[in-house]
Ligand binder design. Structure first.
Ligand SMILES: Cc1cc2nc3c(=O)[nH]c(=O)nc-3n(C[C@H](O)[C@H](O)[C@H](O)COP(=O)(O)OP(=O)(O)OC[C@H]3O[C@@H](n4cnc5c(N)ncnc54)[C@H](O)[C@@H]3O)c2cc1C
Length: 468
């Protein structure tokens, strides 16, 4: 006998692919609106995505996001969550870097030299914000320039190791990429800091930053709620006017009227998920031309500490003629006294290079740099941990960055749904992309679009371009 066709999904059923912050926020928002026929498919054994804690040297370490901002004119939603779950955090001592910046061959720069380099950096930030205002003043114009281009325009390109590391701190450290790769028009001013504040909290909670995603989940999912399915890697999404069918790696098939895809931009750029029919050209172009950056943390655990730990010493910089070579270091003694752990952050091309090479090779490079700063007598580390988000097929990079000359219209296409398939995630949030707040707000925004569609039949279609 023929197998009967599967029952057609109810009009308000939604599959959410990915249980990171954006996917979970979107699911909760739908649930709050009375749309409870949900199914959340998460590829890994746990929720949280790029909010991901591990244990290293006996302490909780954040492999992904670690910081959130407070103190601006708008309160970040993460601050409210942090308060309600009593998240353990520490304000990071970003204020004393002028006393902690090391030369390529060792020795500290004078405080006044570093202050001058940072003042020039601040001036360049203002210059970019002003230029952005000019470029944004005429919305129908698509003119844009890279941040490096903006420096050229004003003959203010950083060139010495000190100027470069100060500029790296302002740009690459936030964008995950060098200034030539970043749009002036769309990345300046820096909304996350302008809106949410410059008090930067570092999460040092044994439950990890990911506890925020659990907190959101606990508000609408029961313990072992069958609507959350872990270890389900979506591989195929078939869609039509009637609904969506998702096939996972283990051969399971799930159906619903709509889907929200919350996987990273890097995953969409890879061939992990195939769409049937193929996504339209306007969507594929928009996805392909946006940027997923690299941002790697290298943790090193030592038998004892040999770096300054007095107040104001938490962050230190290493200036090298090769921009971005093991540049920004942080000790963890404020959060975890006696942990003897340091970590250094690398981004962009360096991140990709380091994530490809062995831990041994990375340790050797990092130790050479540390010996330049602290002398030859320092001990070898007992352990090393290198994050490798660009090698992870479920992330494929670290976070999104707006490339120069990528237009607002293209960005609209990047966010637009394709029939019943909606998209969410940090990369779809214009103001706070790259940040956890971007993921949070994108989840709200996408859920609202879908709620309007389901409840008011006001379905967002794509803001169609010329390419069908
Ligand atoms: C190293 C690093 C440092 C960072 N530092 C900060 C910081 O200090 N502050 C800050 O605000 N932000 C920071 N970020 C960015 C922040 O972590 C992200 O913006 C945010 O967590 C992204 O959330 P998301 O929901 O958009 O995506 P994700 O968290 O990536 O969620 C997507 C989910 O989809 C799942 N998935 C992927 N493919 C599939 C599939 N085929 N089937 C089913 N599930 C799938 C993934 O496993 C994941 O759980 C950092 C990111 C990285 C990588």
């Amino acid at each position: 006998a023929e197998t009967p066709p599967p029952p057609s999904p109810s009009a308000a059923s939604v599959i959410i692919i990915g249980a990171g912050l954006s996917g979970m926020v979107a699911a909760k928002k739908l649930s709050d609106a009375g749309i409870r026929e949900l199914l959340i498919l998460e590829a890994t054994p746990k929720i949280g995505g790029r909010l991901h804690k591990t244990t290293f040297g006996g302490y909780a370490m954040e492999m992904g996001a670690a910081w959130f901002s407070e103190g601006g004119p708008q309160q970040s939603p993460l601050v409210d969550i942090a308060k309600s779950i009593k998240l353990r955090t520490h304000t990071t001592e970003f204020w004393n870097i002028s006393s902690n910046t090391y030369k390529q061959d060792g020795g500290l720069y004078s405080k006044s030299e570093v202050e001058e380099a940072f003042a020039a950096g601040k001036a360049r930030e203002r210059l970019c914000a002003n230029l952005s205002a000019v470029l944004n003043a005429v919305p129908e114009h698509d003119h844009d320039i890279s941040v490096l281009g903006a420096y050229h325009l004003h003959k203010k390109v950083p060139s010495t190791p000190l100027e470069m590391v100060a500029d790296y701190y302002n740009n690459d450290y936030k964008d995950g990429q060098a200034p030539q790769m970043t749009s002036t028009k769309h990345k300046h001013p820096r909304h996350e800091l302008v809106d949410h504040g410059t008090n930067v909290y570092f999460v040092s909670d044994p439950r990890g930053f990911e506890i925020m995603v659990h907190h959101i989940a606990d508000q609408f999912l029961d313990k072992r709620d069958p609507r959350l399915k872990i270890n389900k890697v979506a591989r195929e999404i078939t869609y039509s006017k009637k609904g969506v069918t998702v096939m996972t790696e283990d051969g399971s098939i799930f159906q619903a009227r709509y889907a929200i895809v919350s996987v990273s931009l890097g995953v969409l750029q890879s061939n992990l998920i195939s769409f049937k029919p193929e996504l339209p050209m306007w969507k594929r172009l928009a996805i392909s031309d946006f940027t997923m950056t690299g941002y790697t943390k290298i943790f090193l655990k030592f038998p004892f500490y040999f770096w300054p730990t007095d107040p104001g010493s938490e962050i230190f910089l290493y200036a090298h003629e090769q921009r971005g070579y093991y540049p920004i270091w942080k000790h963890l003694e404020n959060q975890y006294p006696g942990s003897n752990i340091l970590y250094v952050t690398v981004t962009g091309e360096e991140s990709m290079r380091i994530e490809r090479q062995s831990d041994e090779a990375t340790q050797e490079e990092a130790m050479k740099v540390l010996r330049k700063m602290f002398g030859d007598k320092i001990p070898e580390p007992e352990a090393i941990l290198v994050t490798r988000w660009s090698r992870n097929r479920l992330v494929k990079g670290s976070f999104a960055n707006w490339p120069p000359r990528y237009t607002k219209k293209e960005f609209q296409y990047l966010k637009d749904p394709v029939g019943p398939v909606y998209f969410t995630g940090e990369y779809t949030n214009e103001k706070y992309m790259g940040f956890a707040t971007g993921a949070y707000f994108s989840g709200i925004e996408t859920a609202n679009d879908l709620i309007n569609c389901i409840k008011k039949y006001a379905c967002r279609t794509h803001s169609r371009g010329t390419i069908a």
